[in-house]
Design a protein around this ligand. Structure first.
Ligand code: NAD
Ligand code: UDP
Length: 312
């Protein structure tokens, strides 16, 4: 039986990954410091004999025996990763060093949840894995972007220097049930605002674009990637290539939720990327993976989750 360690397992993506691996009958050890994650996200798994939860901060070493490590620990929402930027960099960099050290001692295969943010505010569109990115090294997003870039460097150096089996996955905007209602990312913000009848907060003109992937598709891709032949290290883009402006997203959400919310315009945060769309040819060719859930269906499921959560 595979013994999986999932760091950040009590968060949004991590809890869905724990669900899938537990259902597959694999052994799951979830590690989290509950900065943005919550025990509630895993409460339904706590009576399963093959799933275990441990409070631990990945910036400190961890001694456990595992076969596979999914390294997801890191706040992903700009609001949260900018709250304590020094800790954000430490989580990405010291966290990667600790988890790579663990992989080296145990011989475990290790997957890094990297991000489209390594491309920064890109001049190449859509983004391919060969593009090196355009990242501000000293801005308010840098703690996350540069932390994740440094983690990628560490992964490839451990691979070259110590022959570790690595998998580097560049995740593009992913959404779905179990996002925190105060997460601050755009999909959950718009849905929660629309359900409560509050103003929909558009940052900037709303012409900036993102491409939104439903969580089930992403988790399927993550598991396929982890199981792929060891010569396929990535980096590999994973996301849904259908691109929307934030204004279009707001319209979709309003159509689904109804209500009387109005659009209000707030200043665009510094270094906010103007466009983002994954080129997923590599994932298609090497893993046979592509997303199946369109934005409308994914939004419907997410709206229904937030309605239940907010009793609305
Ligand atoms: P999330 O904030 O819901 O989950 C992150 C989890 O990591 C939380 O449970 C948090 O408590 C935990 N954590 C944070 N710092 C920690 C530390 N020092 N030690 C232990 N646990 C810690 O975010 P998410 O959307 O589930 O993202 C998961 C991973 O995927 C992150 O690494 C993120 O950078 C990456 N990612 C996500 C997206 C996305 O759109 N969801 C996009 C790109 C990359
Ligand atoms: N955004 C917005 N209103 C919000 C939250 C975010 O218009 O209430 C915009 C944000 O400026 C960015 C896009 O939505 O252009 C995606 O933001 P998010 O924080 O979800 O993720 P990012 O891709 O920027 O990390």
């Amino acid at each position: 039986m595979q013994r999986n360690l999932i760091t950040g397992g009590a968060g949004f993506l991590g809890s869905h990954l724990c669900d899938r691996l537990t259902a597959l009958g694999e052994d799951v050890l979830c590690v989290d410091n509950f900065f943005t994650g919550s025990k509630r996200n895993l409460a339904h798994l706590m009576d399963k004999p093959n799933c275990e939860l441990m409070r631990h901060d990945v910036t400190f070493p961890l001694y456990v025996e595992v076969d596979r490590i999914f390294n997801l620990a890191c706040p992903a929402s700009p609001v949260h990763y900018q709250h304590d930027p020094v800790q954000t960099t430490k989580t990405s960099v010291h966290g990667a060093i600790n988890m790579l050290g663990l992989a080296k001692r145990t011989g475990a295969r290790i997957l890094q949840a990297s991000t489209s943010e390594v491309y920064g505010d890109p001049e190449v569109h859509p983004q391919t894995e060969g593009y090196w990115g355009r990242v501000n090294p000293i801005g308010i997003r840098s703690c996350y972007d540069e932390g994740k870039r440094c983690a990628e460097t560490l992964f490839f150096d451990y691979h070259r220097q110590h022959q570790l089996q690595i998998k580097v996955m560049r995740i593009f905007n992913t959404y779905g049930p179990r996002m925190h209602p105060q997460d601050g990312r755009v999909v959950s913000n718009f849905i929660v605002q629309a359900i409560k009848g509050e103003d929909i907060t558009i940052y900037g003109t709303g012409q900036q674009t993102r491409s939104f992937c439903y969580v089930d598709d992403l988790v399927e891709g993550m598991i396929l990637f982890m199981r792929s032949p060891s010569d396929f290290t990535g980096p590999v883009n994973m996301g849904n290539p259908v691109e929307f402006t934030m204004l279009q997203l707001a319209e979709h959400v309003l159509q689904l939720v109804g209500g009387k919310s109005k659009l209000v315009f707030h200043p665009l945060p510094a270094d906010d990327p103007r466009q983002r769309q994954p080129d997923i040819s590599l994932a298609k060719a090497r893993l046979g993976w592509e997303p199946k859930v369109c934005l409308e269906d994914g939004l419907k499921r997410t709206v229904s989750y937030f309605r239940d959560l907010l009793n609305a």
